[in-house]
Design a protein around this ligand. Sequence first.
Ligand SMILES: Nc1nc2c(ncn2[C@@H]2O[C@H](COP(=O)(O)OP(=O)(O)O)[C@@H](O)[C@H]2O)c(=O)[nH]1
Ligand SMILES: [Mg+2]
Length: 269
Amino acid sequence: MGLDSMYYVVIVGPAGSGKSHLVDALGDWMEFNQLSVARVNLDPAAEWIPYEPEVDVRDYVNTRTIMEKYKLGPNGALVASIDMLTEHLDKIREEIEATKTNYVLIDTPGQMELFAFRDTGPYVLREIIGDSRAVVVFIVDAVFASNPKSLASSIFLAMSTRLRLGLPQINAVSKADLLQPERMEEINEVLNNPDSLYSALVSAGLDPGLADAAARSLEALMPEGGTAPAVIRFVSAVSGYGLDDLYAALQQVLAGGEDFYTEEPNPRL
Ligand SMILES: Nc1nc2c(ncn2[C@@H]2O[C@H](COP(=O)(O)OP(=O)(O)O)[C@@H](O)[C@H]2O)c(=O)[nH]1
Ligand SMILES: [Mg+2]
């Protein structure tokens, strides 16, 4: 496999869930392991990002400028910005291809509902990815994994993302450093087992019909034909916990389990 194969890893999740920090930490982890990586900031509204992007859409469209120019509020300006990105797709794609890296980590806009749930966001993504292989990492904030009901709403959000983006998807709980080991074990049990989720939701007082819908959604997020990993991942951008596990899961989806990094050193080193 040569450098002509670019793999896209798209990080999606609610505002503040840790997308940008995960791009930073995973990018560093991959480079440390001799992989070539490009980080793409696809958030025109980002004020500050924790990494140095190789490609930054703010070079083309900046939400702050749009707000001032068209007298729009932050949400309206972000919607307009994402729409405007469609005019710069050729340049953005060209810039990404020029990095000649194997992995392209895409950091998506903080306000995921304005990105994934409108038509332009998925369109921009599809145009950038083209025929390359791609996988979505949907992240659930550890803070929202704290009780069964918020876990269930995260599952519905993960499901909506899966529907909207139509790409293979790995689901991960971020900020694992904030979770006690016992808590992580509990979440792991509930998120990897629809029956456990159902029982936890019913015990928490949820209507059995809704609990069943959540359990079925979870089931639907589980592997299709053995291509996607079965389990939810836990990751931390702060401690580095689970990055190796996440990479293994990405590898499994992108390259069918083939691990070629040992035979393909980073050409930039
Ligand atoms: N404890 C902890 N905090 C994190 C982690 N990742 C991100 N954060 C914090 O969560 C907040 C949002 O992170 P950010 O990456 O900007 O989220 P984004 O909006 O999804 O891009 C920031 O204050 C980060 O410092 C993590 O792994 N552990
Ligand atoms: Mg961000």
